[in-house]
Design a protein around this ligand. Structure first.
Ligand SMILES: [Zn+2]
Length: 96
């Protein structure tokens, strides 16, 4: 009997999970924007380390880097082969 291992989570995946769970805002340059909230230094460093991954997720309009869960959630869509993405972030990307 063969048992497939679940896909291995990378440290970039863990950063994306943290960014999503804490509703952190990442700029299009991959920098953390958190003027009024405390973010642990370890997480700040991890965000900086994985900024290129974060920027690519912003370009893909991935919901894990959506800056406004409350306002955009109605336009979160699942697409096979692409995963969850935000329709509002996708439109904003076109005008910015
Ligand atoms: Zn969004």
């Amino acid at each position: 009997m063969r048992i497939d291992k679940p896909p291995r989570r990378t440290s970039a995946d863990r950063v994306l999970e943290e960014v999503f769970a804490k509703h952190l805002v990442i700029t299009s340059a991959g920098a953390l924007w958190s003027p009024n909230s405390h973010v642990a230094q370890e997480l700040r460093q991890a965000i900086h380390l994985h900024r290129r991954v974060l920027v690519s997720k912003i370009e893909d309009a991935d919901i894990r880097v959506c800056p406004s869960h409350d306002l955009h959630r109605r336009e979160w869509r699942w697409e096979q082969g692409r995963g969850w993405h935000c329709g509002v972030c996708e439109r904003l990307k076109e005008v910015c």
